[in-house]
Design a protein around this ligand. Structure first.
Ligand SMILES: NC(=O)c1ccc[n+]([C@@H]2O[C@H](COP(=O)([O-])OP(=O)(O)OC[C@H]3O[C@@H](n4cnc5c(N)ncnc54)[C@H](O)[C@@H]3O)[C@@H](O)[C@H]2O)c1
Length: 179
């Protein structure tokens, strides 16, 4: 895995919406998945509002706003993550929910894709155990609000490979975050 172009964000709630802003603003094709269309609509409106304010405050060039929003797409179909190079999960804080999601993603995404969880309290090793690819699984813990906070905690599980820990860390730096 050398290049990450397309990032999938699973869960469009408080954290997923902010993480999606970070990824799209940094130039990545950003797919946002949620079971709930209202959550997707809210996350998109939040991204647009945040970027509009960034333009007003002189922090973002006006012509960038439509480009970033073009890179942001929402979906209720997990199959749309088939070409994602990195998936960052931010669904409910429940091990069975996360296992179910990653089990499905393992069948949908390519074998090279890296999976990351934004969990606050569940062991990365435990979540990775249900992912079908514990070596390509890592913890990426963003702080609230993700679109503003500079810190991303990178935590390996017991089986996370060195490369898996390194690659999203490198991309986190591109997002102007400190891994
Ligand atoms: N809120 C925080 O301050 C914070 C900070 C860091 C990390 N986290 C972690 O981020 C994760 C998400 O937390 P949040 O506060 O954003 O939650 P939230 O309740 O705001 O959002 C969760 C979203 O996930 C969606 N969802 C639930 N199950 C799903 C599934 N199977 N597939 C797709 N979408 C699904 C829900 O519809 C909802 O939109 C949790 O693991 C939490 O521990 C939260």
């Amino acid at each position: 895995m050398s290049e990450i172009k397309t990032i999938g964000i699973a869960g469009a709630g408080t954290m997923g919406a902010g993480i999606a802003i970070v990824c799209a603003r940094s130039g990545f094709k950003t797919r946002v998945f949620d079971l709930n269309q209202d959550a997707l609509d809210r996350a998109r409106a939040q991204a647009e509002g945040f970027l509009r304010k960034s333009v007003e405050r002189g922090k973002l060039a006006a012509e960038k706003l439509p480009q970033i929003m073009e890179a942001w797409s929402g979906t209720t179909k997990l199959e749309d993550f088939a070409d994602c190079d990195l998936v960052i999960e931010a669904v409910f804080e429940s091990l069975p929910v996360k296992h179910d999601l990653f089990g499905k993603l393992d069948k949908i995404c390519g074998p090279e894709a890296i999976f990351a969880s934004n969990t606050s309290t569940i062991s990365i090793t435990e979540i990775a155990g249900g992912s079908g690819r514990p070596d390509r699984f890592v913890g990426m813990h963003f702080c609230l609000p993700a679109q503003l906070m500079k810190l991303v905690e990178m935590s390996p599980g017991l089986s996370t490979s060195e490369e898996t820990l390194r690659v999203p860390g490198r991309f986190a730096r591109l997002w102007v975050k400190s891994p």
